[in-house]
Design a protein around this ligand. Structure first.
Ligand code: FAD
Length: 486
């Protein structure tokens, strides 16, 4: 995608699209809304309009956006020959012409002036930044203003954590937090002799059950190369030495693809700069893993998550509290439900503790106060009864069967399926190279014997380990063939 630099050092905030990237870019966009300006570079009125359009674009697009993750502003130059068909699909008859609609509808869409019921609409009021922003505000029921300052926007955030639709956008934050987790691991050189196997276990879990296809693919690549990158035989058992310096880990920073981390949050976006974000994304990742695993994988998953938190989550207080909670588990988990419910309960314990603390210290996010979760609006059937004790604390009697059903619905299919379908086709090629099935979330095992291991143990660990060896053998054979051919 072309990032334009128009005058001096000022980058355009509106994204310039053309016929070759229009469809894929808009299809993959995590945003709910888009404005597309069709213009012609030779048109003087368009040149004059550009700074006005940019004023609104800077509010929503780019790293300094005041309200990122909501509306995409893009433009297409109809004076470019390659864009002729694209512009005629939208019946562009004068310049500039602006359209409004969901990004995905643009990608395969067209606009017909005779059909005004389309999801794509011509923007009728756009001539000044105020008019365009008013139009956007009317469409999404917001009250954004051109004078909004970064992160001082509690009252304008249109998102609501109790909106059941919001969770479908959490896939982007799960990807973001996964990528950030590995950035932190590499930057802080956290792969050591005593943490190496914990990371491998966690990667195996991600390969098999991460809700994002591109993160499964990235984890698989890292797992296949793990022994080469961080060989265990370079370390003595007692050694605490960091071994990450020996390899160019930066090549493997992009566990969920090159464009991630994107640098902003959507579902986990706080109303202040220092709230929510990474830790919220991690919780959502853990919950979505917990409902994706098979019964027989529950204990391994529990250990993999606990070890990951212990070794790689760099919030001391968090890992200490989490360790206290996980040490209280005396009986191994046998069922998906056991783990999902334990994690839900543990998260609520953290919420309860933070409810008091954040109130005392004023450190919480005013738009997202801690609550016993899920709230009634999200899952009425989860509540048998609720009352307040003498200190005003809410006491809830949960219907745990309903809670589990809700967790499966909330963190299961809603999170991945529709968004994954939009990934680009070259990722499909790569994932088949690595034997990852997108439909089942599982690893495709090349040999029947491996299947037997998988069925017998029903554990992603054994399966992923076997598969890793297979990949290494394949790599070795491939190298051998290339050498023979020289
Ligand atoms: C493992 C772990 C331990 C932590 N321990 C601490 C700690 O000890 N002290 C501290 O100050 N901070 C701790 N944090 C950070 C803290 O829990 C929050 O992540 C942070 O305050 C941001 O809160 P949030 O409002 O974004 O919601 P989060 O608590 O991060 O939750 C993210 C989302 O998960 C959903 N959710 C909320 N509760 C549940 C639940 N019970 N089950 C399932 N889904 C739920 C909601 O949709 C919510 O928006 C911890 C984080 C993690 C990942």
């Amino acid at each position: 995608l072309r990032t334009l630099v128009d005058s001096g050092d000022i980058r355009d905030a509106a994204v310039e699209l053309n016929a070759s990237n229009f469809e894929s870019f808009l299809k993959e966009s995590p945003l709910k809304f888009a404005v597309v300006e069709f213009f012609a570079s030779w048109c003087p009125a368009c040149r004059n309009y550009k700074p006005q359009y940019e004023k609104v674009a800077r509010l929503f697009n780019g790293p300094d956006a005041v309200h990122p993750g909501i509306v995409l502003l893009a433009r297409v130059d109809c004076a470019m020959k390659v864009n002729t068909d694209l512009c005629s699909r939208f019946s562009v008859s004068r310049y500039p012409m602006l359209f409004w609609g969901p990004p995905r509808k643009f990608s395969d869409g067209r606009w017909d002036p005779k059909k005004n019921k389309d999801e794509i609409q011509e923007v009728d009021e756009w001539r000044t930044p105020d008019l365009l922003l008013n139009y956007i505000n009317k469409r999404i029921g917001s009250s954004f203003s051109l004078s909004d300052d970064k992160y001082e926007n509690e009252n304008t955030l249109p998102m609501n954590a109790s909106d059941p639709e919001e969770i479908s956008r959490a896939i982007y934050d799960i990807e973001e937090s996964t990528a950030q987790a590995f950035q932190i691991i590499f930057q802080n050189k956290m792969i050591k002799s005593n943490t190496r196997s914990e990371l491998i276990k966690f990667l195996q879990l991600l390969v098999a059950h991460h809700p994002s296809k591109r993160c499964r693919k990235g984890s698989a690549e890292m797992l296949v190369n793990f022994d080469d990158l961080w060989p265990s035989n370079h370390l003595s058992v007692s050694s605490q030495d960091t071994i990450v310096e020996e390899v160019d880990a930066s090549r493997y920073y992009h566990i969920c693809g090159k464009e991630i981390p994107r640098g902003y949050w959507i579902f986990c976006r706080g109303s202040k700069e220092d709230t929510r974000g990474y830790s919220c994304g991690l919780w959502v990742l853990f919950h979505s893993l917990s409902v994706r695993i098979e019964d027989g994988e529950s204990n391994l998953t529990f250990t993999a998550i606990c070890d990951f938190i212990q070794n790689f989550f760099t919030c001391d207080e968090c890992r200490q509290h989490f360790h206290e909670m996980s040490s209280g588990v005396s009986v191994p988990f046998n069922k998906t439900r056991d783990l999902a419910m334990w994690l839900w309960h543990a998260h609520n314990k953290v919420n309860q503790r933070l409810m008091v603390k954040e109130k005392e210290l004023g450190t919480g996010d005013p738009r997202f106060p801690k609550i016993m979760w899920p709230p009634k609006q999200l899952c009425p059937s989860c509540y048998l009864s609720s009352s307040r004790d003498s200190n005003g604390l809410e006491k809830i009697k949960w219907d745990e069967n309903e809670v589990f059903k809700f967790l499966v619905r909330h963190y299961g299919k809603t999170i991945s399926s529709s968004k994954e379908a939009t990934l680009s086709s070259n990722e499909d090629d790569a994932s088949s190279t690595y034997g990852i099935s997108s439909s089942s979330n599982a690893i495709v095992v090349p040999v029947g014997a491996a299947l037997a291991i998988a069925i017998a143990s029903c554990a992603f660990g054994a399966l992923a380990c076997f598969w890793r060896t297979q990949q290494k053998n394949r790599k070795y054979l491939h190298k051998l063939h290339s050498l023979k051919n020289i």
